[in-house]
Design a protein around this ligand. Structure first.
Ligand SMILES: Nc1ncnc2c1ncn2[C@@H]1O[C@H](COP(=O)(O)OP(=O)(O)OP(=O)(O)O)[C@@H](O)[C@H]1O
Length: 247
């Protein structure tokens, strides 16, 4: 059995500004991993490297497959990515946007089938957004749009889901609901979820791991209420901010 995610000596940054130095961690089995840290510590940079948008040194493998050697990891079902800001330039019914999550199962130029649309509707219902199916996506609120993207991502069937602050614009009810949903993806669908978040309160009751990228040598730790309290205290302390190791 391959490890769900393995990161070996990952180095990435922008020119001489190195943000990730020899990052090493292994997620042995499908799991939820919360990535936390101060603004600007390199959380999004990590996702950019994993999605091939930023060159990196080191080795990343998903279910035993070397990510650097796969030309189109999304098309291969290895990873799916929800960036912090995603936009759609033209009017589009929500259902049409969600069904696009089925792109891997879709024939070139063929229409999506009734079964694809049924899956899209079910995905919308799971995020609590069934009522949005017929609405124009571009006219939704920021939080509503976030729920729709999550529904689309859930249809992508990827081994590794990378999410950049998916609950950022959500109200307290939907925040909790989305963390519950991510946990279900792990438990019921065997996905590994790497989720950047500042929402430490919602991590208290979740099983999984925590990676604090503000630590000088970040390591994967098993999530627990005690760990969240320790890492919160660390992030709140002036000492953790400076002198900034990356400046
Ligand atoms: N293209 C770029 N060129 C140079 N520096 C960049 C570039 N993109 C980002 N940075 C810098 O790299 C640092 C890390 O950015 P990153 O987006 O990874 O932070 P983050 O941890 O995700 O922060 P936040 O919590 O605010 O989203 C920031 O200081 C940012 O200004």
């Amino acid at each position: 059995m391959h490890q769900a995610l393995s990161i070996e000596n990952l180095i990435a940054g922008y020119g001489r500004r190195v943000l990730l130095r020899n990052l090493c961690f292994t997620v042995p089995e499908p799991a939820f991993v919360a990535v936390i840290g101060h603004n600007g510590c390199g959380k999004t940079t990590l996702l950019r490297a994993l999605t091939g948008q930023l060159p990196y040194e080191g080795r990343v493998s998903v279910n035993g497959q070397d990510l650097g050697a796969v030309r189109r990891p999304a098309a291969a079902g290895l990873l799916a990515h929800l960036p912090q800001r995603a936009s759609v330039e033209f009017s589009l019914p929500v259902r049409e946007l969600v069904v696009m999550g089925r792109f891997r199962h879709h024939r070139f130029l063929g229409a999506y089938s009734a079964a694809d649309y049924a899956l899209a509707d079910a995905a919308l219902a799971r995020v609590g957004a069934a009522h949005l199916a017929g609405r124009d996506f571009t006219l939704l609120s920021g939080g509503e749009q976030q729920l729709v993207w999550l529904a689309q991502l859930s249809l992508q069937d990827a081994a590794l889901c990378l999410l950049d602050e998916p609950t950022q614009q959500l109200d307290v009810y939907y925040r909790r609901r989305v963390f519950g949903l991510l946990h279900e993806w792990v438990q019921q669908e065997g996905k590994t979820v790497l989720c950047i978040t500042h929402d430490l309160d919602n991590l208290l009751q979740l099983p999984g791991y925590l990676l604090n990228l503000s630590r000088p040598a970040p390591q994967l730790q098993v999530l627990s209420p005690e760990l969240v309290a320790t890492e919160r205290a660390y992030l709140e302390s002036e000492a953790s901010l400076g002198p900034h190791p990356h400046a």
